[in-house]
Design a protein around this ligand. Structure first.
Ligand code: NAP
Length: 308
């Protein structure tokens, strides 16, 4: 019989890291799995995180690294393994990866979310050939070129500000006439001399053969269509939760998020959710890390009830 862990943490973004830190301090026998090489999840795609208390203006990479190092200092590190399936066998949860099968009494699901795609012609075909979902990863390839950012949220604003530093010109195409990004980001964006806002416009097609050459858009108010000639299209139209593996074992809402409150309690006993993957009003690094702490607290309470 393989050993049984008290807890399995799935994911090493801010929520998973925070859960690992709290689990280590609670001396829970924990297995922690993450498919990527480095901890930090989505913050690794963020150039600058300016709203995490105590770390003004830190780069996403540095914050992820610092969080991972903190966990490591407490004696816990994530194992690089891709989770293939989860089974709820009541008092035991079974996690299968390519090489292993792990058993744990509780689970914290902290797989976060992935980039939403536009689903327009040219997007998949030109992915990596001018179409990107990560300005901080790919922006440097567009030095002194023209790029377009699609979206109106925090990520679109941050991406456009980042690209404005390297590109000759940056267009921001947004489907409404106002952005939902934080006001402070909007002010910084609008102050960039080489950024042009294209309001009320939806993308129709990304053009190009082996490389992006243009983005066809339609103005939703006038129905007028035009092509923006560009070398790159950065898509920042939100996120979708990584809940594919969990849809049979916990209740999801209509958008695919795991239904769970602040304590991370899901519809299934012994399974908890933390971070961007759960239903919540505000998806930020600071709310993800508090989720990780809350989820471990819930795990401890649950384990006590099981010992009775
Ligand atoms: P978001 O806030 O959901 O914004 C997505 C944007 O894309 C919205 O402006 C939306 O338009 C637009 N959009 C959605 N679907 C579209 C489509 N099919 N075609 C055209 N436009 C479309 O997503 P995000 O900016 O990626 O941010 C994701 C989450 O991470 C948010 O909760 C955000 O607050 C969080 N975040 C946190 C930090 C931090 O903690 N420091 C930093 C960055 C992001 P509408 O406005 O019209 O809906």
């Amino acid at each position: 019989m393989s050993e049984i862990y008290d807890l399995a943490i799935l994911g090493a973004g801010p929520a998973g890291i925070s859960a690992a830190i709290y689990a280590a301090r609670a001396k829970l026998h924990t297995i922690w799995l993450e498919k990527k090489f480095v901890p930090g999840g989505q913050i690794n795609d963020t150039y600058e995180v300016d709203n995490y208390p105590g770390m003004p203006g830190i780069t996403g990479m540095d914050l992820g690294e610092a969080m991972g190092a903190h966990a490591q200092k407490l004696g816990i590190a994530s194992q690089r393994e891709n989770v293939l399936s989860i089974e709820d066998a009541g008092s035991e949860k079974i996690i299968r990866t390519k090489k292993h099968e792990y058993r744990a009494r509780t689970l914290i699901l902290a797989f976060g979310a992935a980039h939403r795609h536009l689903g327009i012609p040219g997007e998949e075909e030109l992915s990596g050939m001018g179409v990107s979902y990560c300005a901080t990863c790919d922006g440097a390839f567009f030095k002194d070129r023209v790029t377009v950012v699609v979206g109106g949220g925090n990520v679109a604003a941050e991406d456009a500000i980042f690209l404005a530093r390297v590109c000759k010109k940056v267009y921001v195409v947004h489907r409404r006439d106002e952005m939902r990004a934080d006001k402070v980001l909007q002010e910084r964006l609008f102050a960039c001399g080489n950024v042009e806002m294209v309001w009320d416009s939806v993308p129709l097609e990304i053009q190009g053969q082996d490389q992006v050459t243009g983005l066809k858009i339609r103005n939703v108010k006038t129905d007028e269509e035009q092509v923006i000639h560009t070398d790159g299209v950065f898509i920042a139209v939100g996120i979708i939760p990584n809940t594919q593996l969990f849809k049979e074992i916990v209740k999801l809402d209509q958008s695919g998020y795991i239904v769970a409150g602040e304590e991370g309690i899901t519809s299934t006993p012994g399974i908890f959710a933390a971070g961007d993957i759960r239903t919540k009003a505000l998806r930020q690094v600071v709310t993800a890390v508090s989720d990780g702490a809350n989820a471990v607290s819930s795990v401890q309470k649950y384990l006590l009830t099981q010992e009775k």
